[in-house]
Ligand binder design. Structure first.
Ligand SMILES: [Zn+2]
Length: 880
């Protein structure tokens, strides 16, 4: 699965973080349902081998009418009953080997007693006729009075344990089956499901029946059903059908966003030495999707937000490729080889995240991949609540196993492994892992075993510290030069506190020492809390790099003089080392030499990531000379992904009328939509007197997908002028485009904070069917700080159609409001909702954001040691 945030690597450097003090909340809120998944795989009584699933739909009532035949084989002697997972479904009739059978149901189970006890190897065909109005698992997105022209869409989302809300089945990953999916839908619709399309036949009464067959087994959370009004674009890879679907009317957006899919299939097939394993590859984009993407076997479902307008798409360097490569990567890692339990879900998500980087490196080049890794490392360290949790863990009762340890850290750990054992050995090991575990379920030990078998490298210690242990090394670094001995004495301290699952790390490190006669590389092994390495150097070093290129998941405080950082910025060969220099120099205030060097990097560094980071940093320095350099950079027409960062950086300079004039001009006339959107945001942030007029005008004007309108609506919240309330109310109502509504709702939350009518209006949006409107309302209420919203949020918590992400989010916002009501400072003024993150800090790493988050986290932790903080990344708005 892709959390929405994975779509935005590179595009949006915000870190939507929220905190759900679940333990404390349990005192106040009797949660009606557990949202936690089962951490360990179940013991099994039977092996589900094949399911023939026939579905019809009652669109008016949003009901599914199903008949499923499960073919299964008993695994244990003396089995007296068959138990399926089934929630909220009305079971009408059951036959066992064609004979009518009795059954009983509980809230979560369907139990079928067998006439006589069965023995291992006995086979049964069990047919279940049922109907239901699914509260999750299956979603009906249909035209309604507010959106009469919306294309009809029915889609499912099985992961993690939601398939049994629309299909009685075995709903845990540790069983695999083949499927037939037979879907009867209006004749004008199309359907997408797992496997090959066998036939489409007339079913009378204006209906057609689509027959899909999947002959490669996979787990039930990977079953998919999509039906509705879609445009289709056909492509192929090595003769295998590759298809893309968009909600009707948006088919022209498919090639520009999805056209690189076959090239990715080729790359991954070659890299793994195992060809793409399914009979076709479909990607279907649906509206109001509850995740970023979902890797259903052979038929991925993605959010329609990935259908970026063709006029905007060229403004994003890597486009939607992170999402596309992530879900495609899962077709091997996740679908062909599947985690046995959710405690090992990193074997799905860490790999898929790593494969984003593999594609990036192959297609966009090493600098791009390096820059993203540099960002990802920093991002992980900023998520403090991930620190003491191992990647492989089974204690996620009150948090989620789908955290950024499974995703981000998992991906980085695989990248480190590749770097440490070498590219050839790494892919040899991956090939072996895929081959021996093909169509099987795995735990982390299976990966270690496969690596050792394929490469004869023992990775036990590596796995122990990075996967079963928590944290990462934090280094304190310094050196002296002994001119007599011609030696650099490099002192390395590990400063992370060894406690819980965090220990000292043993890591190989590449150290580069550059002197007047050139650079020299040394490989050292760090393992102690303090070590000093003596390294030969023919003269005093100009530059010492620790972990050249930034391959380790680490933080480092390297005590260097200014001249060394300046040299490093100019001369280091790797992106990560130059970017580190930018950050280090950014801490030196009131220094014109530093400003000039950053200006030089902004204009001349060959990697755009370094140029953009230099822009961010100049914005933070706030000196008049820095401002001049940023303004000058606007004349140079750098790529939109840099230009928007330069514009954003200008939003850090208060009280300079010349900047407001420039930002107004960019907002109105720039060639780049992203730059224009960034200017609108910056104007709001600066609270410029002229901003209201510019933002008003931008809301009224047209742009692709309302891109500038949405940006202006967001910015009105930062501007903080209550005169904007009527305009925001107008754009928040049903019928307006969803993205405009979420932007308006977010900004409304920040205005007229004592006006309970606004709070009530936002609370009304909590019960809307639109996932993103709901999300926006939840966060808006939390950040608004008006405790009168608590009952509405608590009521929402009791509704039974919440996706797994939503429950902790709601609890988090309730906690914020209750804290505000108790008079504790910080909660309402320190907003951490994703919308605000992106509106205020898109495309930058401003320390103000980090400081705000840290402050909030400290507050929460101080409140009670019973508080457990957690965080998640979720559905941000379309960024600029
Ligand atoms: Zn995923």
């Amino acid at each position: 699965m892709t959390r929405e945030r994975l779509r935005i690597t590179n595009r949006l450097r915000s870190r939507p973080v929220f905190f759900a003090p679940a333990a404390l909340l349990a005192i106040f809120v009797a949660a009606p349902q557990l949202f936690a998944d089962e951490p360990y795989a179940r013991s099994r009584d039977y092996d589900l081998q094949h399911s023939k699933i026939a579905l019809r739909f009652n669109l008016e009532q949003k009901k599914v009418l199903g008949e499923v035949t499960h073919s299964l084989s008993i695994l244990r002697d003396g089995t007296a009953k068959i138990v399926f997972d089934s929630a909220g479904l009305t079971i009408e009739k059951i036959t066992v080997n064609k004979a009518a059978a009795k059954f009983e149901t509980t809230a979560e189970k369907l139990i079928i007693p067998l006439a006589t006890e069965a023995n291992a190897g006995d086979k049964f065909d069990i047919t279940i006729r049922y109907e239901g109005k699914p509260t999750k698992g299956m979603y009906f997105i249909l035209p309604d009075k507010d959106y009469p022209d919306r294309p009809s869409q029915i889609w499912t989302q099985g992961e993690s344990e939601d398939t049994h809300y629309y299909l009685p089945t075995y709903d845990y990953p540790n069983d695999r089956l083949t499927t037939e999916t037979i879907l009867t839908v209006p004749a004008s619709w199309i359907t997408v499901s797992n496997g090959k399309l066998i036939s489409v036949s007339d079913a009378g009464k204006g209906l057609k029946t689509w027959y899909w067959k999947e002959s490669v087994p996979s787990s039930t959370y990977l079953i998919t059903v999509v039906a509705g009004e879609f445009d289709e674009v056909k492509d192929t890879w090595r003769g295998i059908p590759v298809t893309y679907y968009a909600p009707k009317g948006r088919g022209d957006r498919l090639p520009v966003n999805y056209g690189r899919t076959p090239a990715m299939m080729e790359l991954f097939s070659k890299k793994f030495g195992v060809d793409y394993p399914w009979e076709k590859y479909a990607q279907v984009m649906v509206d109001d999707f509850v995740a970023g993407g979902m890797e259903n076997s052979s038929a991925t479902t993605n959010t329609s937000k990935s259908l970026v307008h063709p006029k905007l798409a060229p403004e994003y360097l890597t486009g939607e490729d992170d999402l596309i490569s992530h879900e495609l990567g899962h077709q091997w890692f996740g679908d062909l080889v599947t985690c046995k339990d959710w405690g090992d879900v990193w074997l799905n998500e860490g790999f898929a995240t790593f494969l984003e980087a593999v594609w990036t490196e192959a297609h966009f080049g090493k600098d791009q991949a390096d820059y993203e890794r540099w960002n990802n490392v920093r991002e992980w360290f900023e998520s403090a609540s991930l620190w003491n949790k191992p990647i492989v863990r089974h204690d996620f009762d009150d948090s989620s196993e789908f955290d950024d340890n499974a995703y981000g850290k998992g991906g980085l750990v695989l990248d480190m492994l590749r770097h440490q054992i070498g590219e050839d050995a790494f892919y040899r090991a991956m090939k072996h892992y895929l081959e021996v575990n093909r169509s099987k379920n795995v735990v982390t030990a299976d990966l270690a075993k496969a690596i050792e078998e394929a490469t004869h490298t023992n990775v036990d210690q590596f796995f122990s510290q990075w996967l079963y242990g928590a944290g990462a090394p934090k280094f304190d670094l310094s050196y002296t030069y002994d001119a007599e001995k011609r030696q650099v004495m490099l002192t390395v301290k590990q400063t992370q506190k060894a406690e819980g699952r965090v220990g000292l790390f043993r890591v190989p490190v590449a150290v580069e020492i550059a002197t007047a006669s050139g650079p020299k590389l040394y490989n050292v092994s760090v393992s102690k809390d303090k070590q000093t390495f003596s390294l030969a150097a023919d003269s005093a070093p100009l530059m010492v790099l620790f972990d050249k290129g930034g391959h380790l998941l680490k933080s480092a405080d390297f005590h260097k003089e200014k001249k060394e950082w300046l040299y490093q910025l100019k001369n280091a060969s790797e992106v990560a080392d130059r970017a580190d220099a930018v950050v280090a120099l950014g801490k030196m205030r009131n220094d014109e030499e530093v400003v000039a060097a950053l200006g030089d990097a902004l204009s001349n560094d060959k990697a755009w990531g370094v140029r953009a980071t230099a822009a961010d940093t100049l914005g933070q320095l706030g000196a008049a000379s820095a401002c001049k350099l940023l303004l000058a950079a606007l004349d140079s027409k750098d790529a939109p992904w840099v230009r928007s960062r330069v514009v954003s950086a200008l939003g850090g300079f208060k009280d300079d009328p010349a900047i407001v004039v420039k930002l107004n001009s960019v907002a109105k006339h720039d060639d780049s939509y992203r730059a224009r959107a960034a200017a609108l945001q910056a104007l709001g942030r600066l609270k410029a007197p002229s901003a209201l007029a510019t933002l008003d005008a931008a809301v009224t004007a047209d742009s692709p997908d309302g891109f500038l309108r949405n940006s202006a609506l967001r910015s009105l919240g930062s501007l903080g002028d209550d005169k904007a309330v009527p305009l925001l109310l107008q754009w928040s109502v049903p019928g307006k485009p969803i993205d405009s509504r979420t932007a308006a709702i977010n900004s409304l939350a920040r205005l007229q904070k004592d006006n309970e009518d606004i709070t009530k209006q936002i609370a009304d949006y909590l019960t809307e069917p639109h996932f993103s409107v709901r999300m926006a309302a939840i966060y808006a209420l939390g950040s608004r700080g008006d405790a009168s919203a608590v009952p509405a949020l608590e009521a929402l918590l009791k509704s039974d159609d919440l996706s797994i992400e939503m429950t902790p989010m709601i609890k988090g916002q309730i906690a914020r409001l209750k804290k505000t009501a108790d008079g504790k400072p910080g909660a309402s003024s320190t907003s951490v909702d994703p919308d605000e993150e992106s509106s205020e800090h898109a495309n930058s790493d401003k320390p103000t954001t980090e400081q705000r988050l840290e402050k909030l986290e400290r507050l929460l932790q101080e409140m009670s040691d019973r508080l457990k903080s957690m965080e998640k990344r979720l559905s941000p708005p379309k960024p600029y």
